[in-house]
Design a protein around this ligand. Structure first.
Ligand code: F3S
Length: 423
């Protein structure tokens, strides 16, 4: 790998042990990925806060020790200077204000708060969401970033035209410290071109439809770059958020094209770079029905204990819709409804009256976390329902519960009746 004079200086240890460990990590990572150099980045998303699981392994809650060990792979705590790159925090394990509903111990929350303060001292914006692009970190077209979180990665690559690979805790921390990232993968033009064609012949309009299409596309193309064609495909940002998250769950989709909607290709030919697709698949009524069955494969009982809305973190229109559906109604005593949204949007939802409406019905609007990341559920949950293909994909495996997938309307109805609606 060709290193710049600044890279060499960091590698020599002139900028301190933490920066040296970070650049060493990036060089090793870049070599493995076939990168010929590192490039500048000034937009990094990562910086998970540390919870009890990490503290138990290391036997300390000291944020400096935890950061050195788990982010920099160093044995002892080292001095960490302010981060060089503009950095934001990805979703974490607890709601900063309503952690009591998660059943967390106050001492664990104190340790998480210390961990978060440590990151803030280094210059990290504490967005604490899987959707930083909804709350103030909107990369510009072509900007080289280093972001964690698959749903955010595919959103900023495909919808915004920014450039990032799917980073991890260690590589994102290294990029925060150095302002560098390996020049490989989705930073390069050639890897952003479509290789697979998806012909959408069945109508796709609702948010539920876009979840289903995304999940099916991921199953078809795995980690390839698809381009979608079909009439009437006019997704708004919420639909694009749900589509990408679903495709990144069933497959590893990090980039796609929807000519006329996404910014890097105005035509099918541009998306494919003038080449023929390696494979073509057709999304029809049968594909849709099979995807519904696949997403509900763990569901047997129709009695629903828990309804989860907001994966990826809900946009304001989604919170507003839940409030509208719940207005004047009451969630069943046997059922819990939680909506997850970024903390900044929760504030706006409070101001707009949506939170009060949802709480009057017996629901809660939580922020900063989600059941899959925080690994928590309402007590005694056996069966949950969600409007998110991604959450339906992960939560049964993570928590050993049954999961129903459907529209937000079906989910809210289930929360009121305590039963998943018959097909
Ligand atoms: Fe976000 Fe958690 Fe879903 S991280 S994308 S709400 S699984």
């Amino acid at each position: 790998m060709r290193l710049s004079p600044a890279d060499e200086r960091m590698l020599s240890g002139e900028d301190g042990l933490a920066v040296q460990a970070a650049i060493e990590l990036l060089v090793r990572y870049g070599d493995l990925m076939g990168a010929d150099r590192l490039i500048d980045t000034d937009n990094v998303c990562g910086a998970n806060i540390f919870g009890p699981r990490h503290a138990n392994v290391l036997g300390t809650t000291d944020p400096a020790a935890l950061f050195s060990r788990f982010s920099l792979d160093l044995d002892g705590p080292v001095d960490v200077p302010p981060f060089r790159a503009h950095s934001c925090q990805v979703i974490g394990p607890r709601d900063r204000e309503q952690w009591d509903v998660q059943g967390l111990a106050p001492s664990d929350v104190d340790a998480m708060n210390d961990s978060e303060r440590y990151l803030a001292e280094k210059g990290v914006d504490l967005l604490s969401t899987c959707t930083p692009y909804q709350v103030g970190n909107v990369p510009r077209f072509g900007e080289h970033c280093a972001w964690m979180e698959s749903s955010a990665v595919v959103y900023i690559n495909a919808v915004l035209g920014a450039r990032t690979n799917t980073e991890g805790r260690e590589s994102s921390a290294a990029s925060m410290l150095t302002g560098r990232t390996p020049y490989c993968g989705y930073h390069l033009d050639e890897h952003r071109l479509a290789t697979h064609l998806v012909d959408v012949t069945h109508p796709v309009t609702t948010i539920e439809d876009w979840n289903l299409l995304g999940y099916w596309v991921g199953e078809q193309v795995h980690d390839a770059v698809p381009v979608l064609t079909g009439t009437g495909l006019a997704p708004d940002p919420v639909r694009l958020k749900q589509f990408g998250a679903a495709a990144a769950s069933s497959g590893d989709v990090e980039m796609y094209h929807l000519p006329g909607v996404t910014p890097e290709a105005r035509t099918l030919e541009q998306a494919l770079g003038g080449r023929s697709p390696k494979a073509t698949s057709v999304y029809d009524a049968g594909a849709r029905a099979a995807t519904v069955a696949s997403l509900c494969r763990t569901a047997v009982d129709r009695d629903v204990d828990f309804v989860m809305i907001g994966c990826p973190h809900a946009s304001l229109p989604q919170v507003r819709e839940v409030a509208r559906l719940l207005d004047g109604r009451r969630i069943a005593d046997s059922t819990t409804l939680w909506v997850f949204t970024p903390a900044a949007l929760r504030t706006v939802a409070e101001r707009s009256g949506y939170v009060a409406t949802i709480e009057r019905a017996g629901g809660r609007v939580l922020a900063d976390t989600c059941p899959a990341i925080g690994q928590f559920l309402p007590p005694r949950t056996r069966v949950f329902a969600t409007d998110s293909a991604k959450q339906a994909h992960y939560l049964p495996a993570i928590a050993g519960v049954q999961g129903w997938f459907g529209s937000v309307d079906a989910c809210v109805t289930a929360s009121i009746t305590g039963r998943w609606p018959d097909a």
